[in-house]
Design a protein around this ligand. Structure first.
Ligand code: ZN
Length: 658
C-alpha cells in the first residue's frame, strides 16, 4: 500500500489543523482496503477561541453519516475536550446518554453528531488520530493467536487491545490502558484492536496517515509470507439469468419488500464461490463488526440447484441465531444481504441500487480477505454474540432508520420502451420518481443521456431487431436481478395515410413497430416477468382504438391488435400473478413534436382555436404526458393489485369511447 500524500494538494486544503485533517481523511478514504462506505473515523485536536473569546480545547471528530473519501470541514463535529475527558472517567454510561452528552458538548449545535468513537479519539494524547477497518488488520487479527501475530508483525510499536464493544466501553478500556503511560516516550505509534481495526496517531496529519499506511503494509507482508504468497482463485461463471431472477424474488419474499440484486460474476467472485469449504469459512462472520449492519453476520450459500431451499434454511438459521442471543429486541427480516453462489458468483441485495452496490463492495472485499486469512493460518472472526450485539445495537439501528420513507416502486425494476420523449418519457419519469429503477429502450441515440437525467439507464435499441432486444433484457437482469414492470410503449403515428394512397411499406412499418415489436418483446421478457416482484405489464394503446379517425388505418389497426395482444397476455399470465393492462391515451400536445405552428395548423383544419383543439373532449381538459405517466405508474402499483385485462382511457371523456 502506497502513501498518496502530496504536499501541494495538502496545502490547498489549508494549513490549519482542520484543513489538514480534511485532506488526510480523504486520502484514507481513497484506500478501499482501509475503509468502505462510511467506515473508519478520524479526528484532530485544536486550541481555539470560543464565541466569547475564551480559549477552548476542541476535538474535531468525524461526523456520523459522512464518508471519509468525500468529507469536508462541515463533516467534523467540534467537541469540547473537557467533556470528552470527563466522560472517559465515568464508571458507566448508556449509549443514549453518550450521544446526548456528545451533542451537548459541541460548540456548534448544527454540526453532525460525532462518531461513536469520539471519546476514544479524545483520550489519545496526539493531535491527529486515524482509525480504519483495514482488510489486512482483520486477516491478521481474526485468528486464534491474533494477539501473538500482532506482536510478531509490529513488535512494540503498537498496543494490542482485546475486542470489546465499540463506543463507550472501548473508549473506557483504552483510557484505562493508556492513562498512566507515556506513549511518546515509549514510542507507541498505534493501537491494534483485535478483530476490529487500527488506530494511528501523531502531532501532524502526514505522519499519522503515513504510519497507518506503513503498519497496514507490514500486515499485508506478514500475511503474504504466512500464506506462501497465495493469490485469489479465479474461475469462469456459468450464467443463468432466470435463476438469478428466481433468487432475487425469493430474497424479496423473505425481506418483505422488493430488492435489487447485483450479480458479481467476475473471475474472483466465481473463484471464491467455488472454493471447497466456502460454506464453512465464508459464513463465519464479517471482516469488522460494523459490516454486520449492512451484510448481517453471514451470507447465504446456495447448495446445488436448490435456491428456494437454501434461502429458507438461511432464514431459519437466522431466526435461531436471533433466538439464541436476543434480550427482547425485535427481529429484523431474515433475508440475506449477500449470497455465495457456486458456479455463478456473488449476489448482493439491497432495497435500492445504492444499497446493493455498497453491499457488493463489502462482499468483494470480504471474499478476498477471508480467502487470504484462511490461507494465512485460519479465519476466525468474532463470535456470534459480539456480532449480534452490534447488529442489534440501538445506535446502529438508528443510523439505518434515518433513511427516507419508502417509495411505492422502491426496489422494483422497470423496462420502458420508446421513452426518449413524450408519453414514454413521462412514464419512465413517473416510475423513477416513485422509486423504480428504470431501463429505457429507444432508437434515439440520445436515450442514455435522457434516461440518466432521471437516474435511469438508456439503451439504444431498434425494437424490431431480435438480438439487441435480448441483449438489453439480459443486461437489465444481470445488473439489477430481474424485471418487474414492463411498459410496452414504442410506436409511430404516420399522418394522412388514406387507404387509397398509403404505400405498402408505410403499412408494414407501422405494423412492425406498433404491433410486432411488442409481440417480440413479450416473447423475450415474459419468462423474466413471471419471476418478477408484484409483476405488471402495461401496453400503451390509443383512444383511436375505440374512436378511430379517417387517414390512420395502419395506426388504428395496430393499436386495436395491440389491445387484443394485451387481452391474450392477461389470460395467459394471470396464473403467474402477472397483471397485464392497457392504457388508452388521447393525443398529448406538450411534446416537442407539437410546435405552436403545428398546433395552429391542426386547429385551423378543425376550424377551432388552439385552446379548443387541445381540449376537444367531454371534460374540456388538456391531456398531458404526465397524466399518462402517473396513470401508468399507478397501474403498476398496489392500487391496481387485483386488476388485469383492463383498458383504462385517459382522454377527458370521449362520447365514442364511452
Ligand atoms: Zn471502528
Amino acid at each position: 500500500m502506497e502513501s498518496l500524500w502530496n504536499d501541494q494538494e495538502a496545502a490547498a486544503f489549508g494549513t490549519d489543523p482542520l484543513g489538514q485533517r480534511v485532506y488526510s481523511s480523504r486520502l484514507l478514504g481513497q484506500h478501499a482496503d482501509l475503509v468502505l462506505h462510511g467506515g473508519g473515523n478520524t479526528s484532530v485536536k485544536a486550541e481555539e477561541k470560543d464565541f466569547f473569546g475564551e480559549p477552548v480545547s476542541l476535538c474535531y471528530v468525524k461526523g456520523s453519516g459522512w464518508d471519509l473519501a468525500t468529507i469536508e470541514r462541515a463533516g467534523f463535529a467540534p467537541v469540547k475536550m473537557e467533556a470528552l475527558m470527563k466522560m472517559a472517567a465515568l464508571e458507566t454510561m448508556t449509549d443514549a446518554d453518550m450521544v446526548t452528552q456528545l451533542r451537548a458538548a459541541m460548540t456548534d449545535p448544527a454540526a453532525p453528531t460525532p462518531s461513536i468513537e469520539a471519546i476514544l479519539h479524545g483520550v489519545i494524547p496526539f493531535a491527529f488520530v486515524d482509525h480504519s477497518h483495514a482488510n489486512a488488520i482483520s486477516a491478521l487479527t481474526c485468528h486464534a493467536d491474533g494477539a501473538d501475530r500482532v506482536q510478531q508483525c509490529f513488535g512494540s510499536r503498537v498496543l494490542v487491545v482485546p475486542y470489546v464493544m465499540p463506543g463507550f466501553i472501548l473508549a473506557q478500556t483504552i483510557w484505562e490502558m493508556i492513562k498512566d503511560r507515556d506513549l511518546r516516550a515509549e514510542g507507541i505509534e498505534g493501537l491494534v484492536l483485535l478483530k476490529h481495526g487500527l488506530f494511528t496517531f501523531a502531532d501532524d496529519a502526514k505522519t499519522s496517515y503515513e504510519k497507518h499506511i506503513e503498519l497496514v503494509t507490514l500486515a499485508e507482508k506478514f500475511l503474504a509470507e504466512q500464506s506462501g504468497g497465495a493469490s485469489p482463485v479465479e474461475a469462469v461463471a456459468e450464467e443463468n439469468l432466470l435463476e438469478l431472477a428466481q433468487l432475487r424474488r425469493a430474497v424479496a419474499g423473505l425481506r418483505g419488500t422488493p430488492v435489487i440484486a447485483k450479480l458479481d460474476a467476475s473471475a474472483a467472485a466465481v473463484g471464491y464461490a467455488n472454493l471447497p469449504g466456502v460454506a464453512d469459512f465464508g459464513t463465519r462472520g464479517p471482516l469488522t463488526p460494523d459490516h454486520s449492519i449492512r451484510t448481517k453476520r453471514a451470507p447465504a450459500v446456495i447448495e446445488g440447484d436448490d435456491i428456494d431451499g437454501s434461502l429458507s434454511r438461511y432464514a431459519a438459521a437466522y431466526a435461531a441465531y436471533f433466538d439464541r442471543h436476543q434480550k427482547g429486541e425485535t427481529m429484523l427480516d431474515a433475508a440475506p444481504r449477500f449470497v455465495i453462489w457456486p458456479r455463478r458468483g456473488l449476489v448482493s441485495l439491497g432495497g435500492t441500487v445504492a444499497e446493493a452496490d455498497i453491499v457488493a463492495d463489502i462482499a468483494q472485499h470480504t471474499a478476498a480477505t477471508v480467502q487470504l486469512a484462511e490461507a494465512a493460518g485460519g479465519w476466525e472472526p468474532l463470535p456470534e454474540q459480539d456480532i449480534f450485539d452490534i447488529e442489534y445495537w440501538e445506535l446502529e439501528q438508528a443510523k439505518l432508520r434515518k433513511g427516507p420513507a419508502r417509495k411505492v416502486h422502491q426496489g422494483k425494476v422497470a423496462l420502458v420502451t420508446g421513452c426518449a420523449a413524450g408519453i414514454g418519457f413521462a412514464i419512465a419519469e413517473s416510475l423513477a420518481e416513485q422509486g423504480a429503477q428504470v431501463v429505457g429502450l429507444d432508437i434515439d441515440k440520445e436515450i442514455p443521456e435522457i434516461m440518466s437525467r432521471i437516474g435511469g439507464i438508456g439503451i439504444v435499441v431498434n425494437l424490431t431487431e431480435d438480438e439487441p432486444v435480448q441483449q438489453a433484457i439480459d443486461f437489465t437482469v444481470r445488473r439489477f436481478g430481474g424485471i418487474d414492470i414492463v411498459v410496452s410503449n414504442a410506436g409511430i403515428f404516420p399522418k394522412n395515410e388514406f387507404l387509397g394512397e398509403m404505400t405498402q411499406s408505410d403499412w408494414d412499418r407501422t405494423i412492425a413497430i406498433n404491433l410486432t415489436s411488442h409481440q417480440k418483446l413479450m416473447n423475450k421478457v415474459v419468462p423474466f416477468v413471471k419471476l418478477g416482484i408484484e409483476p405488471s405489464i402495461i401496453f400503451v394503446g390509443s383512444r383511436n382504438f375505440k374512436a378511430p379517425g379517417p387517414g390512420a388505418a395502419a395506426y388504428s389497426c395496430s393499436k386495436a391488435a395491440l389491445t387484443q395482444l394485451c387481452r391474450v397476455a392477461a389470460l395467459e399470465l394471470a396464473p403467474h400473478k402477472v397483471r397485464v393492462n392497457v392504457v388508452h391515451p388521447d393525443a398529448v400536445f406538450d411534446t416537442k413534436l407539437w410546435t405552436p405552428e403545428a398546433l395552429q395548423r391542426s386547429a385551423d383544419r378543425y376550424g377551432m382555436t388552439v385552446e379548443e383543439y387541445k381540449t376537444k373532449n367531454l371534460m374540456k381538459v388538456e391531456i398531458k404526458s404526465k397524466d399518462i405517466g402517473n396513470m401508468v405508474a399507478a397501474m403498476a402499483g398496489p392500487l391496481f393489485a387485483k386488476v388485469t385485462g383492463a383498458q383504462i382511457p385517459v382522454d377527458g371523456g370521449n362520447d365514442r369511447v364511452i
